[in-house]
Design a protein around this ligand. Structure first.
Ligand code: MG
Length: 449
């Protein structure tokens, strides 16, 4: 799609400038009513239990702990999928990845990616006058039509897919590090990735401090193979994995310091989360889901529930621990609302605006969350209840089988007590909702490969 037709498409979807609700106050006087900046720091395969503020003991994360203390720490924050590509598709489009065909992991041999018809957060905010940058792992297609620069980002620096995707037997090329649409290093020096992403992020913030911006920082770490710079190697009490998390913690501190130094702290919402839970098959090189069951690649809580830290001084009350469930799908509607726009109205948007929840002006209306693993809808959450359909397959190369499971997550976040037999009415009700949701999807696009 050409730039012009995409622009008119966006204009046709109500992504018009928001009537002066937030005046563009680049010159000081209107600073408090400026459109907020948004920074999303998004890890790869980070476990729910890998940060100090979520219970980690061997890994020290003072900057993230402080960030949580200065903002809201969600106990029930979810990714919409349990693996990389689908999680990113959902976060950026506010739509379950099954709707965009991005419901499977893409590889260096893939020829598909995100379609022009999808509207990313970057596109939605760009239409509202934002500068946009993506620094880190993309993983929504590495061929030119699918790169961040073709989907709303003014600037891109990072790996186009996962850092383990240089398998010689598969004829993968050496890992490419890209700036915009050019490869600038191949193979990428992975030891320096976190450091370089950080430098790029800090520079982006400094260069755009006088205009509204959206900065998406999807770290390549702590996805295996783990890499860390010399400054952090061997320094943590949690082995190489701990070193990697402590470097990410440092990186978060650098981003927050840059925001502060630029005098835009009270105008910048910074969010920290991850795409899916820990890759438990990797042993000591995988993370820790804390009290949650299982990890990446499963729709147990350990696969989809993530740290969720929201910091916006002067707007989000400091030190809040928020138990209301929220999901990455909510980011696009929330950002667009805070920027004074309205989300696309010509398509199904699965997230909702959680600004009232963040700002303490109201609760989000109750809604259901649906958790996919690839093509299959496997589980849903409604209020405290989680229903998981019967499963027979393999997880981490081992056979796995379970019957229908029902958990009350409020008193059993570790999914230890299956209460399906005690509550057949709830099982029936949730299964009917899952079927209604599946039916409501209608025809879905072919899975991208
Ligand atoms: Mg991942």
């Amino acid at each position: 799609m050409s730039t012009i037709s995409r622009r008119s498409m966006l204009a046709g979807m109500g992504l018009a400038l928001g009537g002066g609700l937030f005046a563009r106050g680049a010159h000081g006087a209107d600073k408090t009513v400026r459109r907020p900046n948004f920074v999303v720091i998004y890890c790869d395969d980070l476990g729910y239990g890998d940060l100090g503020c979520y219970g980690a003991e061997k890994i020290k994360t003072p900057r993230l702990d402080a960030m949580a203390g200065e903002g809201a720490r969600f106990t029930d924050f979810y990714s919409c999928a349990a693996v990389c590509t689908p999680s990113r598709a959902g976060l950026l489009t506010a739509r379950y990845p099954i709707r965009s065909g991005l419901n499977k992991v893409l590889f260096p041999g893939s020829t598909g990616g995100i379609e022009d018809s999808e509207i990313t957060i970057a596109q939605a905010l760009k239409a509202l006058g934002y500068a946009t940058g993506c620094i880190g792992k993309w993983h929504l297609g590495h061929l030119p039509p699918f790169l961040p620069t073709r989907h709303g980002f003014d600037y891109y620096f990072g790996l186009p897919y996962s850092n383990d995707m240089e398998v010689k037997a598969r004829k993968d090329p050496p890992l490419p590090l890209m700036r915009n649409e050019e490869i600038v290093e191949q193979p990428a020096n992975q030891d320096l990735l976190t450091k370089r992403y950080t430098e790029e992020a800090v520079r982006f913030i400094r260069e755009h401090k006088d205009q509204p911006f959206f900065l998406y920082i999807p770290h390549s770490m702590p996805h295996v193979p783990l890499h860390v710079s010399d400054s952090f190697r061997g320094k943590s009490g949690g082995g190489l994995y701990g070193d990697v998390i402590e470097e990410i913690d440092w990186s978060v501190g650098q981003v927050l310091d840059a925001v502060k130094d630029c005098g835009i702290e009270e105008n910048t919402l910074v969010i920290f989360s991850s795409d899916n839970g820990p890759w438990l098959a990797k042993g000591e090189h995988g993370g820790n889901a804390g009290p949650l069951r299982m990890g990446k690649g499963t729709t147990f809580e350990g696969g989809v529930r993530e740290p969720g830290i929201f910091r916006w001084p002067g707007h989000i009350a400091a030190g809040r621990v928020e138990h209301a469930p929220a999901i990455t799908l909510d980011l696009l509607p929330t950002f667009v609302a805070l920027a004074g726009g309205t989300p696309p109205s010509d398509r199904s948007i699965d997230g909702q605006n959680i600004a009232p929840l963040l700002l303490g002006t109201g609760q989000p209306s109750s809604r259901d969350f649906f958790f996919y693993l690839l093509e299959d809808l496997q589980a849903m959450r409604s209020g405290p209840w989680k229903l998981k359909r019967p499963f027979k397959g393999s997880v981490y190369g081992k056979p796995e089988e379970h019957p229908v499971l029902l958990f009350n997550l409020e008193n059993d976040p570790g999914e230890k007590n299956n209460v399906a037999e005690q509550h057949p009415d709830i099982v029936k009700q949730l299964e009917e909702r899952m079927q209604a949701f599946e039916k409501g999807l209608g025809a879905v696009p072919e899975t991208k490969k």
